[in-house]
Design a binder for this molecule. Sequence first.
Ligand code: HEM
Length: 456
Amino acid sequence: MVAELPLPDLVRGLPLLGSAHAIGRDPIGFLLDQYRVHGPIFRVRAGHVRLTVLAGPEANEFVHDVGRHLLSNRQVWAPTLAEFGGPNNFVGLDGEPHAELRRLYGPRFSKRSAEAKLDDLVEIAVDSFRSHDPGDEIPFVRFSQRLVSRQVGELLVGQQPTVDEHEAILRYTNAVVMNLSLRRLPRALLRFAARGFRRDREVAHRFSSRLVSSHLSQPARPDQPENFIDTTVRASRTHPHLIGPGEVGASGLLPFFAGVDTVGQTVVFALYELLRHHNAMERATADADAAFAEGGLTPKSLREAGALTGAVMETLRMYPAAFAMPRTAAEPFAFAGRRVEQGTEVLVFTTVCHFLPEYFPDPLRFDIDRFAAADGGFHDPNVFAPFGRGPHLCLGAGMAGVQMTAILATILHFCSLELAEPERTFRPVLRPSLSLGGQFRLRFTGWRRDPPRRQT
Ligand code: HEM
């Protein structure tokens, strides 16, 4: 195949653009600028890492089509998954073994499994405000992450982590992903890292072991729906070649590492925009009130909440928490007239079209009506790709959609919030998902109506 590609050598053919600083300050803006100047393939440098970026609708189509066998997840995720203790976790597999485990796990992460627990999702969202008094300024990224971690615990592993466990899991998984998979520092650096890291690691692993022990001492009854841990333990018997004791032991970490930061940050971005757009907020709140008209949320009442759905989709467009996908070239290949060598570290900038006026006119304007427009870029999966593209497309997309709409509906229906610093513009930073950062606060001005009584 190498000989068949009469193309310029990529490494010598393209300049190295950017720096860790430029990318860290405004990652999407930086990559977007390079795409505009250099087209669908270019190279960037972020610290000691050199990345070949594939971007645009052609990159998304490539990843979904021929590129699915040419781009590997294994090398990117192997160090992180090894650190977690389950190197064969499906996120780091390629090809048929990956597809087989996705089929097995799909139902656990589905829209339907989240819809079955809507009452729990609402209760957790309401309960998160119970400890607050009117006038409290809430650091909202942290608040939202905590709310979502309780929901993810309820939906996927049958237990909500304590505050301490949640924070340790978040810090630990973020540190590992940032260092081992995204910046690729040597493993040894983590081993000898600060005492705080070692403590977080211990708490996170103890939490995961506890989930597995609870399952083993009290397996799910056949008439009960399985959760993620149940499925992993069962699959370790039916698929021992793919799921060993390490994968079982680390299984309590995956749902949190995949779902908490992504959903948590997106909810914050949605509220940030809604609170800056009075008319959109009024319509979304009217939808939330209508969705609760019968007392609680139902799949149907959420489906009918068009303004809320429009707000969620527009937030995913403007603030794609996971805006690009890291990969390694499994073989040499050609893309957009360039040759990419085997082993090259690739970044697929899946969400570049979200910011291009040819697909979304006036792309920096938050417009909750875009999604409903039949001719919008939202309906082309190579253009709107907040959940990625190709074989590793987000398995939790359906669940995440229900969570985000339910959280927003609950907050808008029960609570009154305002921006703590209405004059200040916040720019997204990488943490490692896109985030408004720890300084972003919302003021809880009180309950719009009495919250439902706490469930015991
Ligand atoms: C707004 C919320 C979310 C966003 C934007 C998001 C985005 C993504 C993206 C872009 C990928 C692909 C990464 C890649 O190919 O490198 C992905 C994968 C994944 N996501 Fe999500 N995600 C969200 C919520 C969730 C939730 C709630 C869960 C479950 C708790 C979840 C579970 C997963 C899993 C398991 C994968 C790996 C799939 C595979 O490797 O086959 N995600 N997500």
